[in-house]
Design a binder for this molecule. Structure first.
Ligand SMILES: Cc1ncc(C[n+]2csc(CCOP(=O)(O)OP(=O)(O)O)c2C)c(N)n1
Ligand SMILES: [Mg+2]
Length: 188
């Protein structure tokens, strides 16, 4: 799948979810969903799911969707147990599995193509985890992935993205994104 198509599909059905993109999902998401209910996680490699976990616990009435990188998750693999242990029912972890550290120059990740991320998430204690290979299947399964009891992980088999945070920097600083999110969440 092309990651940009995946992001468009997620945006179509996200409802009022809070979204936490990281790495190559960041510049594409900024264009596809330019709203105040997303917070980027750039630089803090491996931290997107922890940021998303905090938001999910603070906002139990909303879905939180983390758009993670495979190299990032590998580097902070213990975060799977942290999320599973906190058991946020409103948490969906979308893993962009491109097999490389694209943002830092597309070096191959350890175990590229062999690591079973869904298996690791389930073994850590996620409620449900799966792998999705094509867009048709993604469209069919997304509504359930975004509404069933979490934490849920979906590993998405994707190609490399058109843009990275290195080739397309920008976006608001984190503190501005956080205050925009806070304003959006407290708006009546
Ligand atoms: C602790 C730490 N080590 C290394 C980096 C440098 N770095 C930035 S992005 C990146 C690769 C991210 O790869 P992945 O999570 O697979 O996302 P992709 O770029 O493939 O979407 C690396 C190694 C960093 N930001 N932090
Ligand atoms: Mg990657």
């Amino acid at each position: 799948m092309y990651p940009e198509d995946v992001l468009r599909a997620i945006n179509e059905v996200r409802g009022n979810a809070i979204v936490v993109p990281t790495m190559t999902a960041v510049p594409a998401w900024r264009t596809i969903a330019p709203d105040a209910t997303s917070v980027d996680c750039v630089g803090f490699m491996g931290g997107a799911s922890s940021l998303g976990l905090g938001l999910a616990l603070a906002q139990p009435g909303r879905r939180v969707i983390v758009l993670d990188g495979d190299g990032s998750l590998l580097m902070q693999l213990g975060s799977l147990a942290t999320v599973a242990g906190a058991a946020p029912p409103n948490f969906t972890h979308m893993l962009f599995s491109n097999g490389v550290y694209q943002t830092s120059g597309s070096q191959e990740i350890p175990g590229s193509g062999a690591v079973n991320f869904a298996g690791m998430a389930e073994a850590a204690g996620y409620t449900f985890a799966t792998r999705i290979e094509n867009l048709e299947e993604l469209h069919i399964r997304l509504p359930e992935l975004l509404s069933s009891q979490g934490p849920i992980l979906a590993e998405l088999a994707v190609e490399e993205a058109q843009l990275t945070p290195m080739t397309a920097p920008g976006g608001d600083p984190l503190h501005v994104q956080v205050s925009n999110l806070r304003a959006a969440l407290t708006k009546k």
